[in-house]
Design a protein around this ligand. Structure first.
Ligand code: HEM
Length: 522
């Protein structure tokens, strides 16, 4: 009895051959039934899609408003993956300071208001990072920048402790920074004084050297070919990685053929610094480290920790920790310095005021010291304005919510990326009047004393804020004061920079290429 209906319906599922041997009226009836079943099936599918669409419009999930995307891929094809802040800023003008964007299976909650960013990033709910099948390809399941939970927590605390011990922002690193500044001035500015030149990769090597000294206890020449190659590979990686970040959000795309995804190429570029620099350094440290003695550098600390916690501090984790300091630390600082030199050339009156302050506080003879900072509000204001307008890390690094929480009157769902649109904050005319104008005075009060703004957050805020902030601030202060103490920087006659970004360099923004002329002041 139970199966009789099924037996009766069998011919309906057959092809036309199943209708053989029946009368024309029977065959007609079967065709009508088949058509009817197909019609009903189509109707059900259409109604389901419509119901899903209507539900998504009217559902009471109280998520923030945002642009509607295509089914399955959301806004994945509309986002500028190299400069996401552009797409987000445009949408935030339309939808407000908290908006929702979907891309592939990812939900992004984008914040363009400093108070909302502080509330979200200081709280416990948005401290994790995104994980994606593609990330394992670049070891991003290890290290500090992209990890979450216990591995991140332990490693961040451990790294901060040891970098402080190695003098990050204190006398030891100041000494190393001074050596690099001296070499940069002697090798790059001095031979070209009076002549136009571009600020080439020597600047990046100088910054990378400072990190390498803390990490591996070694310093190389700023003309070193090996480090130069690593910097070039890093830039190549970021150029190729636009598509990679799209794939991280729509992982199905990784199944496309290699000639479209370029995954093997990305893997090879990613491994270059590991194979050429990091692995050899790790191995040579392993041969000479004293596992119970005084560590010589960060690699020694990592190896000592590995001997105590081998399951957590695997080789892969060690390599990614070192790489994280590199990738997060050298391009960001070098790009900020490129902007600082560009603003100095384009605003001679600002440069003159800065130089006057240097003469008054430091004089000509001795090199600048960190202690001078407190008496140099104009220089500090100049650096703040440089970071505000350059927005080198336009959206910082996305956080991820580990539980649903309320923010700005909306619900942030669990597992959503929580993104700080730092560019939108720094260019908001209500927070910074005439936001496109370079005006360090906005950070000074009527008496010329420093007046910091809570809305300025180039290093982000909260539990995941930049781990290298102290080191970066020290580098920026010492580089700018040392260079302006000795040189007047200007653009070649007839050239004016429009302060636009270099479009060919995604992620970390730097100014479009320019040449400057360093003129000795004395
Ligand atoms: C001007 C220079 C720099 C800028 C503007 C900058 C900015 C940032 C920003 C916006 C973040 C994301 C924070 C967040 O997720 O909320 C970050 C994270 C990070 N930065 Fe920097 N950074 C700079 C230099 C450095 C340096 C020199 C180092 C290394 C010593 C460094 C190491 C890191 C690390 C390890 C993280 C990840 C922190 C975590 O996930 O817990 N940064 N940085």
């Amino acid at each position: 009895m139970k199966f009789s209906g099924l037996a009766r319906s069998t011919p309906l599922h057959c092809c036309d051959g199943g209708l053989q041997g029946r009368s024309p009226s029977q065959r007609g009836a079967q065709r009508v039934s088949l058509g009817f079943v197909m019609f009903v099936a189509l109707l059900i599918v259409t109604l389901s899609v419509l119901a899903a669409a209507v539900y998504s419009v009217f559902k009471k999930d109280n998520h923030p408003p945002g642009p509607r995307g295509l089914p399955l891929i959301g806004q994945a094809l509309s986002i500028d993956w190299g400069h996401q802040d552009r797409s987000f800023t445009e949408w935030s003008r339309r939808y407000g300071p908290i908006l929702k964007v979907t891309a592939g299976w990812e939900t992004m909650i984008v914040l363009s208001d400093p108070d909302l960013i502080r509330e979200a990033f200081n709280g416990p709910m948005a401290v994790a990072r995104q994980s994606s099948p593609g990330f394992e390809l670049i070891y991003a399941d290890k290290g500090m920048v992209f990890t979450s939970g216990e591995i991140w927590h332990q490693t961040r605390r451990f790294t901060l402790f040891h970098l402080r011990n190695f003098g990050m922002g204190r006398s030891r690193s100041v000494e190393i920074i001074h050596d690099q500044i001296k070499e940069f001035m002697e090798e790059v500015l001095e031979p070209n004084k009076g002549q136009p030149r571009s600020v080439d990769h020597s600047l990046n090597i100088a910054i990378l050297n400072i990190l390498w000294a803390l990490v591996a206890g070694e310093i190389v020449s700023i003309k070193d070919a090996k480090l130069l190659k690593i910097i070039e590979k890093q830039e190549e990686f970021f150029k190729e990685a636009r598509l990679f970040f799209l794939m991280a959000n729509v992982p199905g795309l990784m199944l496309l053929p290699e000639w479209i995804t370029g995954i093997n190429k990305i893997r090879a570029i990613f491994h270059y610094p590991i194979d050429q620099l990091l692995l050899p350094a790790l191995e040579s440290h392993r041969r000479t480290v004293d596992l119970t003695g005084e560590p010589r550098d960060y690699i020694d600390c990592l190896l000592q920790e590995q001997s105590r916690q081998p399951e957590l501090f695997t080789d892969r984790h060690l390599l990614r920790c070192i790489l994280d300091l590199f990738t997060a630390g050298f391009d960001t600082t070098a790009s900020t310095l490129r902007w600082a030199f560009c603003f100095l050339c384009g605003h001679q009156e600002v440069q003159q005021r800065l130089h006057d302050e240097i003469l008054r506080v430091i004089g000509r003879e001795r090199p600048p010291e960190l202690a001078d900072k407190a008496s140099m509000p104009y220089t500090e204001a100049f650096l703040m304005e440089t970071q505000r307008l350059s927005n080198i890390a336009g959206i910082g690094v996305a956080h991820v919510s580990t539980a649903e929480f309320q923010l700005g009157g909306y619900t942030v769902p669990r597992g959503a990326q929580v993104i700080s649109n730092l560019t939108a904050v720094h260019l908001d005319g209500r927070l910074f009047p005439e936001p496109q104008r370079f005006r360090p005075e906005r950070f000074l009060d009527e008496r010329g004393q420093l007046r910091p703004s809570r809305a300025l957050m180039p290093f982000s805020v909260g539990k995941r804020s930049c781990l290298g902030e102290t080191l970066a601030r020290t580098e920026l202060f010492l580089f700018v004061t040392s260079v302006v103490q000795r040189y007047r920087l200007r653009f070649p006659d007839g050239f004016q920079h429009d302060f636009a970004i270099n479009e060919s360099k995604p992620f970390v923004k730097e100014p479009s290429p320019y040449q400057l002329i360093p003129e000795r002041r004395w």
